[in-house]
Design a protein around this ligand. Sequence first.
Ligand code: GLC
Length: 642
Amino acid sequence: MNQAALHRLLALKSSDKTPETLFDLRLSTNLSLIQNLFFSLYPEEKHGSSFNGLLRLLPELYHSRPKELKHQDLERMLSGNWYQSEKIVGMQLYVEHFNADLKGLGEKLSYLQELGINFLHIMPIMTRPKGENDGGYAVNSYTQVAKQYGSQKDLLNFTQTLRENGMYLMLDFVVNHTSDEFPWAKKARKGDEKYQAYYYTYSDDAIPRAFERTLPEVFPETSPGNYTYIPEMERWVMTVFNSYQWDLNYTNPKVFLEMLTQLVNLVNLGVDVVRFDALAFLWKKIGTISQNLPEAHTLVSLFRMCLQVVSPGTVLLAEAIVAPTEIVKYFGTGIQHGNECEIAYNASLMALLWNSIATKKTRLLYKSLENVPIKPADCTWLNYVRCHDDIGVGYEDEFIQEIGWSPHEHRKFLLDYYCQRLDWSPAKGLLFMYNPKTEDGRITGSAASLLGLEKALDEKDSSRIKESIAKIVLLHGIILSFGGIPMFYAGDEIGTLNDYSFLEKEDKKEDSRWVNRPYQDWETIDGFSKKKLPQYQLFKTLKKLIHIRKEHRVLSDANNLKLYNTGNEHVFVFERTSMEKNGMLILCNFDENPQVLNGSWIMKLGYFTKGEPIDLVSENSISLKSGLLQLDAYQIIWLKKS
Ligand code: GLC
């Protein structure tokens, strides 16, 4: 049993106890685990006093938690895992691109509620350097709201409003690095050795050079290398992402204690889910790629176990955009099973869906998904079509080869297909961080532009417009039914196209991810009275699917997913199974032509027992013709077993 489940049990058994007593209970149940994790990173002989510091810190942090949130914590412990519920549907947005600032966002809650969104991922809103700041992922503070978004009070009012409306909030915790203007970095620059030891800083480049031998580059075009020389401090500092993002040195236990304090201060603002940004990079070791190291997992688990004691209603999301078999490890393995993050980005599914769109085939999708180990029962996925970042093509070489393709050629094809190097491709994406020597690169673009809507609208090609809308529905229909939290990117619900305005902005033009971070198009939304608008049709369909999802418990995540390999290489089929015999079968056609499936196995599964079943998406009943079930081009069917 993982610790969260244990706490739930304790809370249930002790519901007559005060919140303080329950805190003591949680601390005592987690203590030995916390101690083991801490000493495995920071050996007792050297760091015993730091551990005592942690023991003093935890009750202080608990006392700093607002009363209302303490009560909410208890309610959540008693009511089960809200984040696995079918009722949760998320949207990710930049406040300034959505509706100006926090107050503006508050004014648009009714739009989100109409669509069915009740979980928001708000992109970074804390203070950051002027000019380049990686979209706020270079933080000057973990809790101070940047003026452009409003005041601290505005944020507190906003989180209060969300709670009153039964909505949840996710904010980022940029756990791997701070900006070079963060107070610690400023002191380090001035020569303060205590703070120089908060980062990986070196007086000469011997160690940096040793690291560089095996460290890959995250932003090779704009920020090559992993170290930056700071003349003012006469030292090198590790900067794995951009040169203005300094990597925190977690081998120093003081950094852990300070960051835990920052984390609790953040969640005390009313944050329900903490997005642990770039957590795969948390531990570094010479001779390795310094990603996914066992110590990084230990550290995540240590954060988790401490947070659970202080603020048990808060959950963690792993932002680990790494190989599928590595991602699941962020749920916790071995003794840490289920004790790292409750949620993880399903980056594998996301990337595979884009592969299936380009190839119109699903074999790689099946092969990869079939090889993902089952996740712990209390954990779930965050399923998404695309996010604010680029789309990578890092599929397992082995699987690509098994299908009979060359991994290198295949990746090249995908970049060509999405990044406007093939005349016939409907996609209009941009290349991101392309390396001409290796021909490696990633893809940027809004969902609609990558799925052909931009080109189809330019060419006023109504059948292509229809096709592209079908593809947008197909991908969103999958993330809504796959199991986990579906996360929309703001604007994709109305087919918003690429935004090329970043090219005119000095601090953004080098980073093509801004092409897929468009402004919310209120003009189009205001024009919804013109019912024929394709954008309106899309919005209406997605809204319908969201509401259907919420009415079907079988779509909550209970590890109840079964894949069916039908033999038709264009089709993807999965079932959300249920003990109560009311499962749901999801059938998806990735091809531009209609495809058929043998209906007999669907009959055997019991979907035709009570006559022709209804497809919840089209609201049509499904019949077999000559024993075959037909899917139209890019059609998705949600078949309900009744
Ligand atoms: C995460 C964010 C990305 C950012 C990076 C560095 O991957 O999603 O936008 O550039 O972390 O903070």
